[in-house]
Design a protein around this ligand. Structure first.
Ligand code: FES
Length: 330
């Protein structure tokens, strides 16, 4: 089963378009009461209606721009920003085109898989596109505490990026904006890493290509894994050549085909199972499942390289079979 605390009913008190791709929503309780506290990096899950009639949940990072201690201890509103994904399953299109000011939304209380850590060095924040949202709150929190921070914010062009004036006011010289359209090339991640000090902690949120590049380069450069914190923005990508395979549940003996464009988790849910999951991006570890037979194509960011090599456990929200069949301890 999913980890689902009781949802809050929050009203959309403001919905405005920041640019053609990004819509910002302010959510409040009708009685004006304080909402549950959160720290930078936290997200809420919002219930969305998909075009196929299914109701699902989408994660949105909470945005705080107020650089004052305690600014998010008893918030009266949650601020989220949603990027419209025309090719997605419809959650972001719902948030853009169907949600109106005055509407009530079901919102799960904040949860934080991407917290700031202490330490002597700077927090170096690296944002790709709408992945900036949790990092905005991190920048504000660091500023509120008088701690050093630097934000590299990359996007295709400035007119598709969010919160630029606010970030400029918050960070000044500590904000580095990279618009691909102005440079004719994506952000030079190597240069960002080269400029880091050994005591710096790196926080990355952006698309999968950016995250994979950062993880691979920091590994090659010998960075300790504990210095690199990340959250993937958006759903993991299907990969060319993905094939259907059979999944067998050893405890019940049930056996199904996982389609080429489906995850094991989606397959189990479609067949009425109630597996544990949370992030659905291979980050949180909640869906870890013991593998009894078969070889795994690991695609998660949770298991260590040694655990992946052993192949005794897998993240069923994202990883697949290498061969034709997997037997799981479910
Ligand atoms: S649900 Fe988070 S790793 Fe699978």
């Amino acid at each position: 089963m999913s980890l689902s605390p009781s949802p809050l009913q929050l009203r959309v008190v403001q919905a405005c378009t920041l640019n053609p791709l990004i819509r910002m929503l302010r959510l409040r309780a009708d009685d004006g009461s304080d909402l549950p506290a959160y720290a930078a990096g936290a997200h809420v899950r919002v219930r969305v209606d998909l075009p196929d009639g299914v109701q699902d949940w989408r994660h949105y990072s909470l945005v705080n721009l107020v650089a004052q201690p305690g600014a998010t201890d008893a918030p009266t509103e949650y601020l989220i920003a949603v990027r419209k994904e025309a090719d997605g399953r419809g959650g972001s299109v719902f948030m853009h085109d169907s949600v109106a000011e005055g509407q009530l939304l079901n919102v799960e209380p904040p949860h934080n898989d991407f917290p700031l850590h202490g330490g002597a060095g700077r927090a170096v924040l690296l944002a790709g596109g709408i992945g900036v949202t949790p990092l905005v709150s991190m920048a504000a929190q660091r500023r509120a505490l008088g701690l050093p921070v630097r934000l590299h914010y990359a996007g295709r062009s400035r007119d598709t990026m969010a919160f630029l004036p606010e970030l400029q006011a918050l960070l000044g010289e500590a904000l580095q904006v990279h618009a691909d359209a102005e440079h004719g090339a994506p952000l030079d991640i190597t240069a960002v890493l080269d400029a880091c000090q050994p005591s710096d902690q790196l926080y990355v949120c952006g698309p999968q290509a950016m995250l994979d590049a950062v993880l691979s380069q920091t590994r090659q450069l010998g960075w300790e894994a504990a210095r690199v914190h990340f959250e993937l923005f958006g759903a993991p990508l299907a990969e060319a050549g993905d094939q259907a395979f059979t999944v067998e549940l050893a405890q019940s003996g049930q056996c199904w085909t996982v389609a080429a464009d489906q995850t094991i988790l989606e397959c189990l849910i479609a067949h009425g199972c109630d597996p544990l999951f949370d992030c659905k991006r291979g980050e949180c570890g909640v869906c870890s499942t013991v593998v009894i037979e078969g070889e795994v194509e690991h695609r998660d960011y949770f298991l260590s390289a040694a655990e992946k090599a052993q192949g005794h456990v897998m993240q069923i929200c994202i990883s697949r079979a290498k061969g034709a069949r997997l037997v799981l301890d479910l």
